[in-house]
Ligand binder design. Structure first.
Ligand SMILES: [Zn+2]
Length: 366
C-alpha cells in the first residue's frame, strides 16, 4: 500500500477522533464531523447527500454521475462513539497502533472508506454503483440512521458491508436483540404484617430463579440464544411490602423461533406479568453461498491467507436492518482492541490491508 495512503488514514483518524461525537451527547458535534468529511470528499468532486432524523445526521457519498440511490455496494460506517475520558479524544501512536476513542469502533473504517472512494474516483475507477453510508446513531440502536435510510429514504443496495471491527474476518451472522420490562403485581401491606400483603419482589425473584433453572445457558461462546436480567426496580419504602416490581430482561437470539420459545417461557413462569417491549432487532443471517461473500473471501485469502473462514458474532450491528430488506449484509472491519474501554486502539497494518482488500473488492462492481 502506498505510504501516502497510510499517512492520510492516520491523519483522518486523528481528525475524526478529535470530534467528541458521543452517542448520547450533542448532535451538533456529529453534524460538524459529517460536514468535515463532506468537505474532504467534495473537494475532489464526489457527490454527497445529508439526511437528518431526530437531530441525527447521516450522509451518502457517491459518484457524481449516480442518478438514484440503488447501489450495488454500500460501505457503512457510524461516526458516533461511546463516552470517553478527555485524553481519549487525542490520538497517539504506539507500536503500530492508533489509540483513542472510536479509532476501532469505527472511525478507522470510515477513514479507509472515504480515502478509498476518493482515490478510486480520482483514478476513474469508481463505479457509480458503489457508495458510502455514514450514520451517527449506531450506539443508540441505529433507528434514526441505517433503519431510517433503508425504510424511508428508499436507499437500496445489492450488498451491504458495515465496517465494525472483525479482525479482517467476514461476519455473516450475528444475534438479534429483544429487551423488555416485565412488571409483576402484588399487594402492599405494612412490613410488620407480611401475611396481609403479597410481596411482588419475592414473587419476581422466584420467577427469575425458575426461569433461569428452566432455560439453561451456554457456558462459553456458542451459536445459541442467551438472556440476562440486568435491572430491577421495586418498592418505595423499607417498611412496606412492595405491590409492584419490574425487572428488565435482555435476550440475544439466533432465530425468531428461539426468541418465541423464550417469550413463551416468560409467559408461563411469570404469572400475571405485564410485558413492555422496549427494543427489538432481528439477527443477521446472510448465506455463506452468497457470490459477493465468496468473492470477498477470495480476495482476503490472496491478501492475508489463512483468514478465509466466516464467523458468527454475539453482538448486534446495523447490518441487521439491511437483512430486514433482504439485502445480503456482512460485518467486515479492521483489527484492534478495547472497544468501549479506556484504551481503544486500531492496528495500522490492518487498516492498510483493509484498504487493499476493499479496493480490490470495489473493482468488481460495475
Ligand atoms: Zn461500532
Amino acid at each position: 500500500m502506498h505510504s501516502n495512503n497510510t499517512d492520510t488514514i492516520v491523519q483522518l483518524i486523528h481528525d475524526f477522533v478529535s470530534f467528541k461525537t458521543v452517542s448520547s451527547g450533542s448532535d451538533i458535534i456529529k453534524e460538524e464531523l459529517i460536514n468535515f468529511i463532506e468537505l474532504f470528499v467534495q473537494k475532489v468532486g464526489l457527490q454527497t447527500y445529508k439526511f437528518y432524523r431526530n437531530g441525527k445526521p447521516s450522509m451518502l457519498i457517491y459518484h457524481p454521475q449516480k442518478e438514484n440511490w440503488n447501489f450495488s455496494l454500500l460501505l457503512h460506517g457510524h461516526i458516533d462513539v461511546v463516552h470517553a475520558h478527555e485524553e481519549q479524544y487525542h490520538t497517539f501512536i504506539n507500536e503500530g497502533r492508533i489509540h483513542g476513542r472510536g479509532t476501532l469502533d469505527m472511525k478507522g473504517s470510515v477513514a479507509v472508506f472515504v480515502l478509498l472512494l476518493k482515490n478510486l474516483y480520482l483514478s476513474n475507477q469508481l463505479s457509480p454503483n458503489v457508495g458510502i453510508m455514514l450514520t451517527s446513531d449506531e450506539e443508540q440502536g441505529g433507528v434514526d440512521g441505517v433503519k431510517y435510510l433503508l425504510d424511508e429514504e428508499s436507499i437500496t443496495s445489492d450488498f451491504f458491508i458495515t465496517g465494525e471491527p472483525t479482525d479482517l474476518y467476514i461476519v455473516n451472522r450475528h444475534k438479534g436483540v429483544w429487551r423488555s420490562k416485565l412488571t409483576i403485581q402484588g399487594t402492599s401491606a405494612h412490613s410488620s404484617t407480611p401475611w396481609l400483603g403479597e410481596n411482588s419482589l419475592h414473587k419476581t425473584s422466584k420467577y427469575i430463579s425458575d426461569f433461569v433453572a428452566k432455560n439453561p445457558q451456554p457456558l462459553s461462546s456458542e451459536w445459541k440464544s442467551t438472556y440476562s436480567f440486568n435491572k430491577i426496580e421495586s418498592g418505595d419504602s423499607i417498611n412496606k411490602i412492595p405491590d409492584v416490581s419490574s425487572v428488565w430482561i435482555d435476550i440475544r437470539f439466533t432465530t425468531n423461533e428461539e426468541l418465541n420459545n423464550l417469550i413463551s417461557s416468560i409467559n408461563e413462569i411469570f404469572k400475571d406479568v405485564e410485558i413492555e417491549t422496549l427494543f427489538t432487532s432481528p439477527p443477521l443471517e446472510t448465506s455463506e453461498d452468497n457470490e459477493k461473500i465468496k468473492k470477498l473471501n477470495n480476495i482476503i485469502q490472496v491478501k492475508l491467507r489463512n483468514k478465509s473462514e466466516l464467523h458468527s458474532k454475539e453482538y448486534a450491528t446495523d447490518a441487521r436492518y439491511a437483512s430486514l430488506h433482504n439485502i445480503p449484509a456482512i460485518v467486515f472491519g479492521p483489527s484492534g482492541n478495547g472497544i468501549h474501554e479506556v484504551d481503544e486502539y486500531v492496528e495500522i497494518s490492518s487498516l492498510e490491508k483493509y484498504y487493499e482488500i476493499l479496493e480490490d473488492f470495489c473493482m468488481n462492481f460495475k
